[in-house]
Design a protein around this ligand. Structure first.
Ligand code: SF4
Length: 526
């Protein structure tokens, strides 16, 4: 294993690793614009140039492999002078519109101006103004903010493989462009906004909505398919404003699909269910959540006794957390040891969408066709609980089933007109109105995934935890809290405690901590 020295510190490196990657692993910060570990190296921005003893010229840290015994200086007079020159050059035509730019607060041009730039500009001429462009369904391009790092161009070639973006022109006239009639509309398009180190590529959905320093992040998992993409939900004062990718080398690397990016919308929908009801004289009557839970409990127990063992059923949604499936299953088996368990509908759309590198054709990303996050987890927990399991079609024609508990929580309407369900008493937990909620004997407005904690298992068998970002609407109750009440457990639902009780593979799943580390601000003088 080669060992190098960076600014007097000894750094252990992997073979043939680039200096910048070795420094990243060692927690040493080298500025960069064009370098991204998920794409090819172009070494065009020149801000990462470092001094290597024995080499007369500065070398790009992103493109120079380590060599055992190498001595690197990132803060030498030569290296710092280069950083200042690059910053001065990049800022020549960059507008000073940070107060209205969405990127302000997370802009590397801003941060590096402070850390590595000159405090004064010597530029007296007029700035070259370039037009704003609508480049895709979700994306706006503010060309005058672009610093030509080409990350976005490389992304559309090397990750999405769709090649919509290119560099048009040369020198100070060059611009990022789309080909005529070919907008940036691939299903990974939002990633270019995350990649852009300045505020040139912006998400129309987030435009002017919130200053980024007001946002807090919750660790979460994508709810839109069985891929299990790792994400941050970014929110402020009970409102989710955007979804950002969370790096996971095994699952989604640095990227997320646009479906995931905008998956928070149903959570913030105005028609969310927030009024518990119970059926009285053939019409739903408004009740408190405690009254609704008590009615569901009393009626289910009475009917299970009256109709005998095996007359109760539950439909478990593949949107439920594993912990919730476990608790509801335990409760129903307590009141009816012969209760039948059914997996709810699993919507599937065509085939997996596979993205490939434009040249090598190697797979870079996959959007799963199974449009729910936890079919595998629900099945695993139901098998763990044992007992009778049925398909939804079998349950629908089983005349023995007389009372049931149905959980929805899907992000769009899942109750198709052709769907058949067992007849009789029904308790429904749901987040959005549908034809089933209108007919519920007891309706318990529930929490969407972003409003509760738990875990899901993706298609590859990886169990991953998520946490709540925002509270559920007033009047709704988190599923876990409802089941705690029904089981007579004190306090509120605790996903960690339930996972520990469930045993492996759930017990060892923990929530990763939110990375709030900021690069240390260091001002280097010549
Ligand atoms: S738009 Fe952003 S990502 Fe694309 S080249 Fe310009 S600065 Fe880089």
């Amino acid at each position: 294993m080669p060992k190098i020295t960076v600014d007097g510190k000894s750094v252990e490196c992997k073979d043939r690793q680039m200096i910048i990657a070795a420094c990243d692993d060692a927690g040493l910060d080298i500025p960069r614009y064009c370098y991204h570990p998920g794409m090819s190296i172009v070494a065009s921005c020149r801000i990462c140039l470092v001094e290597v003893e024995g080499i007369p010229k500065l070398v790009p840290a992103c493109q120079t492999p380590v060599r055992d015994g190498m001595v690197v200086h990132t803060k030498s007079t030569k290296a710092v002078a280069n950083q200042k020159q690059v910053m001065e050059y990049l800022l020549i035509n960059h507008p000073l519109d940070c107060p209205v730019c969405d990127q302000a607060g997370e802009c590397t041009l801003q941060d590096y101006s402070y850390q590595y730039g000159r405090s004064q500009s010597r530029f007296e001429e007029d700035k070259h103004k370039k037009p704003k462009k609508d480049v895709g369904e979700h994306i706006l391009l503010y060309n005058d903010r672009c610093i030509m790092c080409t990350r976005c161009v490389r992304f559309t070639r090397e990750v999405s493989g769709t090649s919509e973006l290119f560099v048009d022109g040369r020198g100070h006239k060059e611009e990022i462009e789309i080909f005529p009639g070919k907008p940036l509309n691939n299903r990974l398009s939002g990633n270019v906004v995350d990649l852009c180190p300045v505020g040139a590529l912006l998400d129309k959905d987030f435009l002017f909505k919130q200053r980024v320093w007001l946002l807090k992040s919750a660790v979460s998992i994508s709810p839109v398919d069985s891929g299990g993409e790792n994400i941050y939900l970014q929110y402020n004062e009970g409102v989710i404003y955007r979804v950002k990718p969370r790096y996971n080398a095994e699952v989604n690397k640095w990227w997320i699909s646009d479906d995931t990016r905008y998956s928070y919308k149903p959570v913030m929908a105005e028609n969310r269910l927030d009024q518990p009801t119970k059926m009285q004289f053939g019409a739903p009557a408004r009740v408190t959540i405690d009254e609704a839970i008590a009615t569901a409990d009393t009626e289910l127990k009475r009917l299970a006794k009256e109709n005998g063992v095996g007359s109760t059923y539950a439909i478990f949604s593949p949107m439920m957390a594993n912990e919730e499936v476990y608790l509801l299953g335990k409760y129903l088996r307590e009141i009816d040891p012969g209760a039948s368990f059914v997996l709810g509908p699993v919507p599937t759309v065509g085939e997996d969408e596979v993205f490939t590198h434009y040249l090598t054709k190697q797979e870079t990303f996959r959007i799963k066709s199974e449009k729910v996050p936890n079919r595998a987890g629900v099945m695993r927990v139901l098998q763990m609980l044992g007992g009778v399991m049925q398909t939804i079609e079998e349950a629908a024609v089983n005349a023995k089933l007389k009372q049931g508990w149905i959980v929805g929580g899907y992000l769009s309407n899942w109750v198709v007109p052709t769907m058949k369900l067992p007849k009789g008493f029904k308790v429904i937990q749901e987040i959005l109105p549908n034809s089933l909620t209108e007919r519920a004997d007891v309706l318990l407005p529930a929490a969407a995934w972003a409003e509760k904690s738990g875990s899901w298992e993706n298609f590859a068998g990886k169990v991953q935890a998520f946490e709540a970002a925002v509270p559920p609407p007033e009047g709704a109750a988190r599923e876990g809290d409802v089941y705690y009440k029904l089981l007579g457990r004190p306090g509120f639902f605790n996903a960690d405690a339930v996972r520990a009780e469930m045993g492996e593979p759930f017990a060892s799943v923990t929530l990763p901590s939110v990375d709030v580390s900021e690069p240390a601000m260091e001002f280097v003088e010549l």
